[in-house]
Design a binder for this molecule. Sequence first.
Ligand code: AMP
Length: 188
Amino acid sequence: MRAVLLGPPGAGKGTQAVRLAERYSIPAISTGDIFRANVSGDTELGRQAKEFMNAGALVPDEVTNAMVQDRLGQPDVANGFLLDGYPRNPDQAVVLDLMLGEQGVSLDTAIELTVDFDAVTERLLMRATLEGRSDDTEPVIRKRLEVYSTSTAPLTAFYEGRGLLLQVDGLGDMDEVTQRIISAIDHR
Ligand code: AMP
């Protein structure tokens, strides 16, 4: 399986990606996690990404695409992967297609977790108190949701047009959501 996981911030992508990766024995690749690790490690990539992340903005495409290209060149993705948080806009989606094309493979599924915006805002504010992520403050959460609406939401139509889209209700119990996704994938 070569899949991307879509949905607004706070939709539960991270949690579900880890579970699905285990279920299908493929690596879950979270661009947000890779960026955060680089910010913590104070690497060059981290320094390039930090200000954008703290503002709730997207890290520039050149930086993000280069990082993903490098990650997708590693041996553990040979039998598939689940991308969590990439692509975040149609330009990244086109680049992803090109990168996979160079490897002679293609994406087979785009899973979108659909959730209500008010519900995710609440969820993110709650996570702020639990995890202390520096981009989980109310103004930055609002900005991230806005970036989602303008830049990322068009990916729904993009992948629908390619016949790859699976929409799954992301609200409710985490185990139930996992089951919904698995059953959507298995009934493709
Ligand atoms: P996430 O953990 O997926 O919510 O990502 C946290 C932050 O990392 C985002 O708000 C962006 O600043 C940055 N980021 C993650 N993935 C991408 C991406 N595909 N393109 C640009 N920026 C990204």
